[in-house]
Design a binder for this molecule. Structure first.
Ligand SMILES: Cc1cc2nc3c(=O)[nH]c(=O)nc-3n(C[C@H](O)[C@H](O)[C@H](O)COP(=O)(O)O)c2cc1C
Length: 345
């Protein structure tokens, strides 16, 4: 049967046509002037790939290992809340979309379904993203359930000290919190608890976890070093897709200094504006171990549920394999920084 969608652009277009204005704005938008959101893309475009030729590229290996997990691809689904606004079975449908290919999916700390239900629905590996939304006792109870359900790690998001000003939503008078009233999962007690967090809390979190700990939202080598010191196994270079601090660094620009600061002592995840197989190649060349993608997966979910997510993954796989061959590389595990070079346009 021919595929309904043949390119990633077709999927995005279908999602935009199908979604009401509020959910589209919430998904596509960023904070304030959206400078950060745009900068992520611009910075990726300002890197060119140096192609090598005549290197026998019949066999391309895009599988990788991450924290000891064998993964089919070096990319994953980023954690996203409010998915019920995009599909009636939101988070459940998203993990179903990752299942046929056994792709890694991150489950949002504001998932609309319980961590147990999601673990049941998924056939691929899951990692839990934590929003620290209550006292330590609340965290401890929740994370015991996460670990008992088989999640492979916990990543604490640290760039939502407070919720940003998302002006597209504000101007539409659209409140994405309405998702919480529709989806079945229980509400966390105090979302604003995160405002008070410090590195001491991270040290405590590390002490109670038996699975690896990650920190999502690191943009400076100073913080990356502190994260390594406190024992984090995953450093996640992220600006929340331009949805939190406006006017901050593009993630691909922040990556090289962080890779140098981490010195191989933790795995490095990056996200923000990755829309093409070539974008993924650039981040891996500069030292990331895994690329996470948010909105492209969201458009897949909105356009065609789990099938749309699966198709999005397939298209990214195709693009990655094709472009690795075209730049003379046969494995995502062996990409070097000199594969990319800054250009002006
Ligand atoms: C609709 C939406 C909801 C999100 N919800 C969360 C969330 O619950 N937790 C989190 O850590 N990040 C959240 N993010 C940020 C993503 O995890 C990721 O950092 C970002 O989407 C990456 O940028 P990209 O969309 O350009 O790929 C969300 C992003 C979107 C688009």
């Amino acid at each position: 049967m021919p595929h309904r969608f043949m390119t990633l652009r077709e999927i995005r277009r279908a999602a935009k046509t199908m979604l009401p204005p509020g959910p589209w704005a919430f998904g596509a938008g960023g904070a304030e002037t959206e400078t950060t959101r745009r900068r992520n893309r611009r910075a990726l475009k300002r890197l060119a790939i140096r192609q090598r030729v005549l290197r026998d590229v019949r066999h391309i290996d895009i599988s990788t290992t991450f924290l000891g997990l064998e993964l089919p691809t070096p990319f994953a689904i980023a954690p996203m809340g409010g998915l019920v606004l995009f599909h009636p079975e939101g988070d459940l449908e998203m993990v179903r979309g990752a299942s046929p290919s056994r792709n890694l999916a991150f489950v949002s700390g504001v998932t609309g379904w319980s961590v147990e239900d999601l673990a049941q629905a998924a056939r691929g590996p899951l990692i839990y993203q934590l929003y620290w939304s209550g006292p330590r006792s609340w965290c401890q109870d929740l994370l015991a359930r996460v670990e008992a359900s088989g999640y492979h790690a916990v990543c604490l998001t640290v760039d939502v000290q407070t919720y940003s000003r998302r002006e597209r939503d504000v101007e539409l008078r659209f409140d994405p919190q309405r998702a919480r009233a529709i989806a079945p999962n229980e509400q966390p007690p105090e979302f604003d608890y995160q405002t008070r967090l410090t590195w001491d809390d991270v040290a405590w979190l590390k002490s109670i976890l038996s699975v690896p700990l990650g920190l999502k939202g690191i943009l400076t080598p100073e913080d990356a070093r502190l994260a390594v010191e406190v024992g984090a196994e995953i450093i996640w270079v992220s600006n929340h897709g331009g949805r939190q601090l406006d006017s901050t660094l593009a993630t691909i620009d922040a990556l090289p200094d962080i890779v140098a600061a981490v010195e191989g002592k933790a795995q490095i995840v990056i996200d923000g504006g990755f829309r093409r197989g070539t974008d993924i190649i650039k981040a891996l060349a500069l030292g990331a171990n895994l690329v996470a993608m948010g909105r492209p997966m969201l458009w897949g979910l909105a356009a065609d549920g789990a099938a749309g997510v699966h198709r999005t993954i397939e298209l990214f796989r195709d693009e990655l394999e094709t472009n690795l061959a075209l730049c003379g590389q046969t494995s995502v595990r062996r990409l070097e920084p000199n594969l990319v070079r800054p250009v002006e346009y």
